[in-house]
Write a protein that binds this ligand. Sequence first.
Ligand code: ADP
Length: 761
Amino acid sequence: MPGFVDNLKHSLFTKFMISFGLILMFSISIWAYFNIKYQQERLKKEVSAGAERLSDTIQLGTHYAMMNNSRNDINQIIINIARQKDIETIRIYNKAGQIKFSNLAPEVDETTNIKAEACDICHRTDPPLTRLSLGKRTRIFSSANGYRRLGIISAIYNVPGCSASDCHFHPEEKQVLGALDVVVSLAETDQQIAAFERGVIGLAVFVFFATGAVIFLLMVRFLKQPISRLIAGTRQISKGDYAAHLDVEQNSEVGQLAMAIKQMGKEIGAKQAELNRQMTEYQNLFETVPCYITVQDRNYRLLQYNKKFADKFAPQPGDFCYRAYKGRSEKCVVCPVERTFEDGLAHQSEESGLNRHGELQHWVVQTSPIRNADGEIIAVMEMNLDITERTQLTLELEKSEKKYQEIFNNIPNPVFVLDADTLEILDCNDRIPTVYGFSCAQIKGQSFMETIPKRDRQRMQSELTSSAVINQVRQFTKEQKVIYVDVRISPSEYKGRKVLLVTTSDITKRLEAEQQLIQASKMATLGEMATGVAHELNQPLSVIKTASSFLMKKVRKKEPIPEDILFTMAEEVDSHVDRASKIINHMREFGRKSDLNLVKVQVNQVLERSFEIFSQQLKVRGIRVEWNLDSDLPEITADPDRLEQVFINLLINARDAIIDRLEAGGQDEVLTKIFLRTRGEADKVIVEVCDTGVGIPPAVKDKIFDPFFTTKEVGKGTGLGLSISYSIITEFGGSISAVGNEPQGSCFIITLPREDETAVE
Ligand code: ADP
């Protein structure tokens, strides 16, 4: 009930109705008041005018009787007139206030008080007033019977007829002779006025209620109902029914307001939907974010937390951060939440500790303050990322890195880590100082090309990025000494960069040893060939000897020597000296210790040259050679001196194998033959040196290329020929193999890559 009264008190409709009611009541009351007033005045005026006319009539009617001083006539006239309805009294006073005539006989000759109401109006002054307006002469007074009366007193003036008459004249200076007082009843008039008043008041009340009712209905129809619907609609909107139907079919301002509210509802609905979507999104984020999120108060009590936290720590209602995370009974010594509460700033820290199961955990903790509208910190949000696994992995990685660093450093070969694009040395292992003399720190940041002689840099640059293996690379040591290394390259990644892992093996000593072996082998070959060479040199020497003997004999005999013979002999001597020098130069060149010198080589020429130095060896043993050379043989890249050494080794072995067979009893001339063949194929050149010797027994076939393997007797064989031939041919990118020769002996087949296909420049 108080609520209803309160509502009513504050209701706009009530206020409107009360205001309208008061204004209406005020207006109608004013109207009724003035209407009644007007009617009262009008009736009073009418009654006054009637009484005035009556007074005039009485005066005129009694004038003649007065002139004749006929008292009876006057009395009769007065009594007769007074018989008319509503006329109460008609009195005529003399100047002294004595009633001279009256329709009420008892009061005749009574003297009234001159100060009485009717007389006082003129006798207030001295001398009394003689002329007064009707209003002032009129008086209304109540009768003893309860109704009102209206009295009009009129002066009876001294007219010439009175003053000049001889009957009972009045002195001329006397203006007023007496007064006529007419009193009429206002009972009927008052009844009329009362009826009118009732009518007006009744009408006013009717108009008030009728207008009030109409206004009420109109207000209800056009204001209260639509407003109630608007209120109901807005309540629906506030409850979330954003498409609420507002049943206000008006084009008025209220209708427009309804449309605006409807539109507002729709917009709020759309915004709310968007807010809901975002809220759901953020809620999902909050719940599914892969870290623990809690909101804590100043006592570290958990106010909110996400699902991941709830799943992992299963907190009790009203639980504390330190208990849920670590099973502690009090807060942690270092607490970022506490710091955030203290300084209002976000803090981040990495923490380690035992969880409530006693396991070592690592966390990254991030805190930030939550403030209220006044900017006061009411809570702190803590985001906790479990990095235990990552930390363990990092530790393991560190261990593993350390292990690999140790392996890296203990690799017996130097290892360089080069940037794949710039070939900058990014890292190197501990073997570098041993081989190169400089420390890793000294060459870090330099280009790997700095360690390569200038003339080799271009080749290395391209091969480093395209090959896996590069043999016999020249490199500088700290003392600018050149060493030879074999290089192995493998692409990799190092600290997020593409790198080349370059491993080098110092082969300088091996190469030197090989060089010495090659030289030793050469010397042995030279020794082998000594007999043959001696034979070879013998021929030119005997020619020269013959010529010199002939010349000495002629000189001694003092015989002339014909000029043409002398010239022929000189020519002969000259050509044989040339031949001897050629043989000696060839031998000297062959025996010279030389470095590897790769050039374009025509294999046929090298084979012929090898045979040239060796032919005498075969000739003395009756071994014939069958040539079958490909005249279109393509060139290869090789060192001609070393290739010659290979061919000579093969020819020596072929010779020995044939001799062995001959010594073993085989005398077949057809079989004392060496076959020298060359042929070119698509990408290679093939050389075959075949013999008709003893052949290679299967038992030793796998060993013949081993260093120092020989089946020859001591002092004859060194066991170096084939092994050195093998390494020389391999060095040229080729291959050498031994097969049986049909029907007798063995065949050594050398395959060398063609010039454009060769791997070794
Ligand atoms: P050496 O000739 O000093 O023995 P090699 O390395 O040249 O050293 O040869 C190794 C061995 O291979 C020889 O001792 C021999 O047994 C065998 N051999 C080489 N060439 C032939 C050949 N043409 N016929 C048969 N056996 C051969």
